[in-house]
Design a protein around this ligand. Structure first.
Ligand code: NAD
Length: 288
C-alpha cells in the first residue's frame, strides 16, 4: 500500500495509539510516527518496544511538522491538549481524535483548531480491557467499525484521505452525526461498562460471599459479563462525565426493564421471562 501521510503525531501512547502505530507502520501507510506521552515511564516503554519511530516529551515538538495528529488521551483531557498543540499545527494538517464520546470532545477541541487545519473527529469501535503502551497490537481494528463525525462543511477530500488510512489498517468506515453517535454508544458500550462495574461492586458488597470466593468460583456468567470491568478507570470516568445525558437516559430505561424482570421473577411469571429471553437471544445471536 502507498504512503497516505508522511508524518503522524500520536498524542498519548496507550492501547489505541499504540495499535494504530503498529498497524500503520506494518501496512506502510506512513513514513514516520512520532509519539508524545506525558509520563517518562510511558515514553521509556514506548522507546524500548519500538512502538513508534520517535518518542518525544514535548507535544509541540510532536505536532510541528505532522500531517496527521491523533489525539488519543482520555476524553476529559482532549480540550487541554488541543489548546497546548494548537500554536504548532502546520497549515493543511489534519487533526483527529479517537475519543469514545463525540459531542463533548468536539465542543472542547474545535475552538482551538486554527484556520487552515482540518478537524475530523473519529471513534474506533475496537478495544480491549487493557491499557497503556504495552497493550497495543496491529490487528486491533481488523473488521471493526471506525466512525467519523466530520463537522458540516468539512473538506471531503481530507475526510476521504483519513478514511483510506483507517481502511488501510483493517477497519470499516462510516460517517455519523456526533449526537447520534453518543446515543448509539451509550447503548452499545457506555451503559454496559457501567453495569459490568456495578456487578463487580455488588459482588464486593455481599458479605455472605467473600471476595476470594467471588474470584475463586467465578462462573462463566460473572467472568464473561464482567471482563470489561477490568478497563481503565480514568478513561471510563471521563466517558460517563462527558456523555452524561445519553448514559442517564439509557440507564433509566435499563432500570425500568430490570424492575419488570424483577417483578416477573417475584410473581413466578415464567411466560414473561421466557418471551423476554427469546426476543433478546435473537438480537444477541445476530451479533458476531
Ligand atoms: P490508554 O489508557 O491505554 O492510553 C491513554 C494515554 O493517554 C496514556 O498514555 C496516558 O498516559 C495518556 N494520558 C492520560 N491523560 C493525559 C493527559 N491529561 N495528557 C496527556 N496524556 C494523557 O487509553 P486508550 O484505551 O488508548 O484510550 C485513548 C482514547 O481512546 C480515549 O479517549 C478513549 O475514550 C478512546 N477509546 C478507547 C477504547 C478502548 O476500548 N480502550 C476504544 C475506542 C476509543
Amino acid at each position: 500500500m502507498s504512503v497516505i501521510y508522511d508524518r503522524v503525531a500520536l498524542i498519548g501512547l496507550g492501547l489505541i495509539a499504540g495499535s494504530m502505530s503498529l498497524a500503520m507502520r506494518q501496512a506502510g501507510l506512513v513514513r514516520e510516527v512520532v509519539g508524545y506521552a506525558r509520563s517518562a515511564e510511558t515514553r521509556a516503554t514506548a522507546a524500548e518496544i519500538g512502538l513508534v519511530d520517535r518518542v518525544t516529551d514535548s507535544a509541540a515538538d510532536a505536532v510541528r511538522d505532522a500531517d496527521l495528529i491523533v489525539l488519543a488521551v482520555p476524553v476529559g483531557a482532549m480540550g487541554e491538549i488541543a489548546a497546548e498543540i494548537a500554536p504548532f499545527l502546520k497549515k493543511g494538517a489534519v487533526v483527529t481524535d479517537v475519543g469514545s464520546v463525540k459531542q463533548a470532545v468536539i465542543e472542547a477541541v474545535a475552538p482551538h483548531i486554527p484556520e487552515g487545519v482540518h478537524f475530523i473527529p473519529s471513534h474506533p469501535l475496537a478495544g480491549t480491557e487493557h491499557s497503556g503502551p504495552r497493550s497495543g497490537f496491529a490487528s486491533l481494528f481488523s473488521n471493526r467499525w471506525w466512525l467519523l463525525t466530520p463537522p458540516e462543511g468539512a473538506d471531503r477530500a481530507e475526510v476521504d484521505r483519513l478514511a483510506s488510512l483507517i481502511r488501510g489498517i483493517g477497519a470499516n468506515v462510516e460517517d455519523m452525526d456526533a449526537a447520534h453517535h453518543d446515543t448509539v454508544l451509550a447503548v452499545t458500550s457506555h451503559t454496559p461498562h457501567l453495569i459490568a462495574y456495578t456487578m463487580v461492586g455488588v459482588a464486593d458488597h455481599i458479605k455472605r460471599v467473600t471476595e476470594s470466593e467471588v474470584i475463586k468460583y467465578s462462573a462463566a456468567g460473572f467472568r464473561d459479563f464482567t471482563r470489561i470491568a477490568a478497563s481503565d478507570p480514568t478513561m471510563w470516568r471521563d466517558v460517563f462525565l462527558q456523555n452524561k445525558e445519553a448514559v442517564l437516559d439509557i440507564l433509566g430505561r435499563f432500570a425500568e426493564e430490570l424492575f419488570v424482570l424483577q417483578r416477573a421473577i417475584r410473581m413466578g411469571d415464567g411466560q414473561h421471562l421466557h418471551d423476554y429471553f427469546t426476543r433478546t437471544r435473537a438480537i444477541r445471536r445476530g451479533i458476531i
